[in-house]
Design a protein around this ligand. Sequence first.
Ligand code: FES
Ligand SMILES: [Fe+2]
Length: 351
Amino acid sequence: MTTSDPVDELQRFDPAIPVESATTPPASWYVDETFAEMERRAFREAWVPVARVDQVTAPGVCVTGTVAGEPWVIVRGDDGMLRGFSNVCRHHASGVVTEAQALACAPLEELVCPYHGWTYGLDGSLKRAPRSGGIKDFDASTMGLRPVSVTTCGQFVLMRVAGDAPLPNGLDALVSKLDEMGASGLRWKTRRTFIVACNWKVFVDNYLDGGYHVATLHKDLAAQLDLEGYATECHGDTVVQTCGDSVLYAWVWPNLMINRYGSVLDTNVVLPIAADRCAVVFDWWFAEGVDTGAMDESFESSARVQEEDRLVCESVQRGLHSSAYDGGRYAPRLEHGMHAFHCKLYGALSG
Ligand code: FES
Ligand SMILES: [Fe+2]
């Protein structure tokens, strides 16, 4: 692992250079833990998709997870409001809502810390700190769970831990476009999470190469697509790749990918774990009336493509560690979406 100054390494990429002449970001962006730490700030200040609206329809139902080292919980209150908090107890920092509780989907009346029983309302306020008699200079009204910002767009629940950044520019238009493509009539079916031994950006880069790798890496998929009709457009904080009228692959800053094809919509959310590791959460929605056989077929071909992508992403990560590589070039007509992603990241980290 290199330990160079991440700010110096950031400046080695110049977003002012057009894609035709640009060099890709240096390998340190992908392998250096200090660079990954700097990115965690950008993740805390970005709106990231953390749940689906259908997961939190009833009061007291929670979802939990971790983004950029920040454990979070989202809960709908008795007043119908969706709220988000750091899932960190104000007593000694234990997680308050457990993953098991969130997975059970049973509504909670209060959020009770499993460690010593400090109890919070669904609005995050501290209601009880059992057996804390004798404590001095303690104002319970300042000891609620720390709030995070939460909003919804289409089916997505998005969260922002810090800052005041607006929602990704272009997300609204994308959700409307997906509605035009029948997305609102689809039903959520299942979720799978994959761990990939690569930097989260390797996964996004692979997604944003404008279909470049499809013909060589995904031969089965290539046979079903008209790759000559593949088009990439950058709109604000989104990159929308289409292949004809009925296939759309869209990326939304920083880590959401939305795929619409046939009777399916699937989303991939990539979450950095460490410089060399990320999790990719897949959710699948299907049109009403699609039978189990067709769904299984779709899962199978998706799993094949995902496995091909995982293997190549892990190969790229090993290559990024090599002394033989310190940055590459873009195929400008195909990879300008990837270049836009790198420029966006540069902006977020230098801000
Ligand atoms: S850490 Fe939560 S009650 Fe002690
Ligand atoms: Fe791929």
